[in-house]
Design a protein. Structure first.
Length: 263
C-alpha cells in the first residue's frame, strides 16, 4: 500500500466522550477529507497532493481505525453530527470538504444539518442515495480484497497498490471497518431515503466526481445527487473505478483544488 511519511502529524480530540484520531498536514485554507467505508490506511499520496494548497484534516471516522466507537451510533447521520461537533471544537471554520464513497454520504449529511458547514464540497463516488438503475455492491457478501479490487478500473493498479496478498494489518483494517459499516448502513443498505429531499436546501458549491468504470456504486446514484443539489457540477473520469483517490489521485486533487478555489 502506497503511503507517505514525515509529511503530517497524528493528533486526537475527544468528542461526545470518544477519542477521534486524525491526520493533519500541509498549510493554507482548511480541507476535510472523509474516507471510504474500508477505512483510512494512512497518509496517502492524494493527501500530500492536497496538502500543497490546504491544511488537510483526515479523521478516522468514529468507530473506524484508531477512533473510538460510539456504541449508540446507528446510521451515518450520527457520524455527521459527531464530526460537526469536532470541527467546532477544533475551530475549523467552513473547510472545503472531500467525501470519498461512504465518506461522501457523511459529508452530504453534514451539509443538510448545517448549510454553512463547508465552503465547498467534492463528493467522489458517494453512496447515500438509492440508485434508480442497478444496486450498490454489498461488501458484506464478498471477501474484503474482492470488494476493494472491484473498486479499480485497472486490476494491475490494485495489485501495484496492495500486492497479490494484502498485508495482515490492512486486512484487519478492512475487517474492523466492515463491522462498523454494517452497524451503520445495513437496512437499508448504503442509502438514506430522506437525503435526496434534504439536499434540495443545500447551496454549498458541490462537485460530483464519478469514475466511468465504477462497478461499486451505479452512476444513477451520482445523477440523483446532481439532480438534488442546486449548485452542482458533475465530472466523469475515464479509465477510473470507484476508488478515485487511489487510482487517479493527481486528477482528483486538481479537481478539488480548482473547485475549492471557485467555491
Amino acid at each position: 500500500m502506497t503511503t507517505e511519511a514525515a509529511t503530517h502529524t497524528t493528533e486526537e480530540i475527544r468528542v461526545v466522550d470518544r477519542r477521534i484520531q486524525y491526520l493533519k498536514g500541509g498549510s493554507g485554507a482548511p480541507l476535510l477529507v472523509l474516507h471510504h467505508s474500508t477505512g483510512n490506511p494512512g497518509w496517502l499520496p492524494f493527501y500530500s497532493l492536497l496538502a500543497r494548497n490546504f491544511t488537510v484534516y483526515v479523521p478516522d471516522l468514529p468507530g473506524y481505525g484508531q477512533s473510538e466507537r460510539p456504541e449508540w451510533a446507528r446510521e451515518p447521520r450520527d457520524l455527521g453530527i459527531i464530526l460537526n461537533f469536532m470541527l467546532r471544537r477544533l475551530s475549523v471554520e467552513r473547510p472545503a470538504a472531500v467525501g470519498l464513497g461512504f465518506g461522501g454520504w457523511i459529508a452530504a449529511e453534514m451539509a443538510t444539518m448545517d448549510p454553512d458547514v463547508f465552503s465547498s464540497m467534492t463528493l467522489a463516488g458517494p453512496v447515500g442515495i438509492q440508485p434508480t438503475d442497478g444496486e450498490i455492491v454489498d461488501q458484506m457478501l464478498i471477501d474484503y480484497h474482492e470488494y476493494v479490487e472491484a473498486g479499480f478500473h485497472d486490476p494491475a493498479r490494485y495489485t501495484a497498490e496492495f500486492g497479490e496478498q494484502p498485508s495482515t494489518e490492512l486486512k484487519e483494517l478492512w475487517d474492523f471497518s466492515r463491522e462498523m459499516t454494517a452497524r451503520l448502513s445495513w437496512k437499508p443498505y448504503m442509502f438514506n431515503r430522506r437525503l435526496p429531499y434534504l439536499l434540495r436546501e443545500v447551496t454549498i458549491p458541490t462537485l460530483i466526481v464519478w469514475g466511468e468504470d465504477d462497478h461499486i456504486v451505479p452512476r444513477s446514484t451520482g445523477e440523483q445527487y446532481r439532480a438534488a443539489i442546486p449548485n452542482v457540477k458533475f465530472e466523469l473520469l475515464k479509465d477510473c473505478g470507484h476508488i478515485v483517490d487511489i487510482e487517479q489521485p493527481d486528477r482528483l486533487a486538481e479537481l478539488v483544488r480548482r473547485h475549492a478555489a471557485g467555491g
